[in-house]
Ligand binder design. Structure first.
Ligand SMILES: Nc1ncnc2c1ncn2[C@@H]1O[C@H](COP(=O)(O)OP(=O)(O)OP(=O)(O)O)[C@@H](O)[C@H]1O
Ligand SMILES: [Mg+2]
Length: 238
């Protein structure tokens, strides 16, 4: 079983949006998936409970319960555990990072988010765990030209030696409405651009975590970047 923690000390950056999309993304790729919601607001549980189709199983959790939950999930033969964390409770974030094969730091391309990312990434560094930044709520690229704010954010994250996912998630209305029905934009037929970017992100992360292993072969990633992630001084591989 592979575990992903979705973290970020900045409120509203999109942790729950990315966590639920990833959990559904793993499910759509044939992974038996559990979504552990460590945020007392239980937004991820609410999202997945409103899903009509089969999907990832949601469960409320906390820092104190997470290790036992992970062990039980592994023993019961699940393939993936996705952990959503709150912005404010450091213990939940630390525990999730410690237990995860990959921590995904969700960051908007703004000055305040980037400042917060420095603090959040220090948790990952201190614990010497693998991490990856996903840029979320970025302005849309016009004619394939990245808006300067996104370019600057990527440069800043690179300067900080933080690995950034090769797929940027844009600010799109579809992300705000789709979770009402517990679905992913990947499942929407009329939101092809959003569906495509989420497909690429999920495929990239699925490929990184599972490689060619698992019950269902993951689709080949569209990105050419090797699956060597992680904040650069970390040599640990999953
Ligand atoms: N890519 C996106 N495009 C448009 N809106 C988005 C996107 N990602 C998230 N949002 C919106 O931003 C808001 C915050 O998202 P979300 O709840 O996922 O953030 P969060 O980091 O989990 O927040 P919290 O810190 O409160 O847990 C929501 O209204 C959500 O619909
Ligand atoms: Mg949240």
């Amino acid at each position: 079983m592979r575990t992903v923690a979705v973290i970020g000390r900045k409120g509203g950056s999109g942790k729950t949006t990315i966590a639920t999309h990833l959990a559904i993304g793993f499910y759509l790729r044939g992974r038996r998936t559990l979504m552990a919601d460590c945020d007392p607001q239980l937004s991820a549980v609410e999202v997945l409970k409103s899903r009509l189709d089969l999907g990832p199983e949601p469960v409320a959790s906390s820092a104190g319960k997470l290790a036992a939950l992970k062990a039980a999930a592994g023993e019961s033969g699940l393939d993936a555990l996705v952990v959503d964390t709150p912005a404010v409770l450091q213990e939940e974030t630390e525990q999730a990072v410690m237990l995860a094969d990959l921590s995904i730091l969700v960051v908007r391309p703004t000055f305040l988010d980037l400042t917060a990312a420095v603090h959040t990434s220090s948790i990952i560094r201190q614990l010497r765990r693998p991490g990856l930044v996903v840029l979320n709520q970025a302005p849309v690229a016009r004619e394939n030209v990245e808006p300067p704010v996104v370019k600057r954010a990527i440069e800043a994250l690179n300067l900080l030696r933080l690995q950034v996912a090769p797929v940027v998630i844009r600010s799109r209305g579809a992300y705000q409405t789709v979770l009402e029905s517990g679905r992913s934009v990947e499942e929407l037929r009329f939101e092809m651009v959003a569906a495509q970017e989420m497909k690429e992100l999920c495929a990239y992360i699925d490929r990184f975590l599972f490689g060619d292993r698992g019950r269902v072969p993951a689709p080949a990633p569209r990105v050419q970047q090797p699956a060597r992630l992680l904040f650069s001084e970390m040599e640990e591989s999953v």
